[in-house]
Design a binder for this molecule. Structure first.
Ligand SMILES: Cc1ncc(C[n+]2csc(CCOP(=O)(O)OP(=O)(O)O)c2C)c(N)n1
Ligand SMILES: [Mg+2]
Length: 412
């Protein structure tokens, strides 16, 4: 048998590994490149928008181009405040994890603009199907920080009583659907809710997010297919932050553009700079308008970089160069909006520092309040009965038997 001298098994290699100097291709895209799309455009009309990158803030942090949402400075300052609150909140939660007060944590570091700008572009009646990387949407929907911290601890005041992992929030009042541990499931569930809204003729839009890694799951493709067939009023975001846990995004898709994957499904698809608050807001507003006018789904690749570790259990220095996020061409979302506002004369370093101090105090006081209801190291914990309560009105016999057994064992 004559063997061919070829690669028999292709395993994609990450572009850079520890010890390499991080480098990314310089972005050639500018805010003027891409025109505003017609609201009733076809998927083919969006080929350039899926291949390029919608930006509003240029490299000098000035806003321009047809996608500029022309937000008022007050609105931008609110966005900046939400992002800063999330960053400070994340830092405090990481400290709690490291000191044994909660078991696990996931930061949104470098990705703060995404859920915040996108949720601000929606209406309050819209449904959110997030991953663990979009907790910031809850600030926009008015969730109290004490309740978020109690959830992360899993103490007596946790609204899911420790049944979920930390950061797997659920916030009914804000239409923020429970984060699911098996990644990707929310994508197809979101289509179901979107179709229910359409069936009931309600002006409700559903938005969902999935990571680059999770987009390799079947759920992603089922969702796109269903959304396309039934013209679901849904906004489908793939957050390409370049990494799953330790696997690079080239392990999740054979093409290094995630936006274009929506085109063969006939869904208008756009790639947007995920660290540009204004571009995110604008693209989402446009997609909401399409959904609300019964024009169907929009597929968006949110291009960004995971600046931190995947979670508190991860050490990225084992698989990628240190400080690689410093080299990301999209910069830092908070810094970009801050400089934009300063240049436009609506903000200053002093105001920024003042805001940081205010938020730091706010987070600290929420933390102190939350631990009064218990922390991981010291309890008190939710009653073990809560394993069995609040799911069935009347527990079925087999669960009742297990519950009785647990009580006997507990009381011995
Ligand atoms: C079905 C499933 N497989 C694997 C895991 C373990 N896991 C949790 S997060 C994650 C990486 C997901 O990466 P990505 O979708 O890119 O999201 P990111 O963390 O980058 O936001 C993996 C493999 C899981 N939770 N569920
Ligand atoms: Mg990822």
């Amino acid at each position: 048998m004559v063997k061919k001298k070829t690669e028999t098994l292709h395993i994609p290699e990450a572009p850079q590994r520890p010890g390499d100097t991080p480098s990314f291709e310089k972005w050639s895209w500018a805010p003027e490149d891409l025109n505003m799309l017609k609201i009733d455009c076809s998927a083919d009309d969006t080929i350039e928008h899926a291949s390029g990158l919608v930006r509003v803030l240029n490299d000098q942090h000035e806003a321009s181009g047809q996608w500029n949402p022309n937000l008022k400075p007050e609105e931008l300052i609110i966005g900046l405040e939400y992002m800063l609150r999330l960053r400070i909140f994340d830092e405090r939660m990481m400290k709690m994890q490291r000191t044994g007060k909660l078991s696990f944590y996931m930061r949104s570091y470098g990705e703060e603009a995404i859920a915040i700008a996108q949720t601000m572009a929606l209406e309050n009646q819209d449904w959110l199907f997030p991953t663990y990387r979009q907790p910031g949407a809850q600030f926009v929907r008015g969730r109290d920080m004490v309740s978020m911290i109690c959830h992360c601890i899993g103490n007596e005041e946790d609204n899911v009583k420790g049944r979920q992992m930390p950061v797997h929030y659920t916030y009914r009042e804000g239409r923020y659907i429970s984060v699911s541990s098996p990644v990707g499931t929310q994508f197809s569930q979101a289509i179901g809710v979107a179709l229910a809204s359409k069936y009931k003729e309600l002006d409700e839009v559903t938005i969902t997010w999935i990571g680059d890694g999770a987009s390799a799951e079947g759920d992603y493709h089922y969702a796109l297919n269903f959304a396309s067939i039934f013209k679901a009023p849904v906004i489908l975001n793939v957050v390409n932050n370049q990494w799953a846990i330790s696997t690079h995004s080239n392990f999740a898709s054979g093409i290094q553009n995630f936006a274009r994957r929506g085109l063969p499904y006939g869904i208008p698809s756009i790639r947007v700079d995920g660290n540009d608050f204004l571009a995110l807001y604008s693209v989402t507003k446009w997609a909401r308008q399409r959904a609300s006018q019964n024009l169907g789904p929009t597929h968006i690749e949110v291009l960004t970089y995971r600046a931190g570790a995947h979670s508190s259990s991860d050490d990225p220095s084992r698989y990628r160069p240190k400080d690689s996020s410093d080299f990301w061409p999209g910069g830092d979302p908070i810094n970009r909006l801050k400089i934009h506002l300063i240049k436009a004369g609506f903000w200053s370093e002093e105001k920024h520092l003042e805001l940081e101090n205010k938020l730091d105090a706010e987070v600290m006081s929420a933390y102190k309040e939350a631990v009064k209801f218990g922390d991981l190291a010291n309890g008190p914990y939710p009653s073990s009965d809560s394993i069995f309560t609040e799911v069935y009105e009347t527990p079925p016999w087999h669960l009742q038997e297990q519950w009785d057994e647990m009580k006997r064992w507990r009381d011995e």
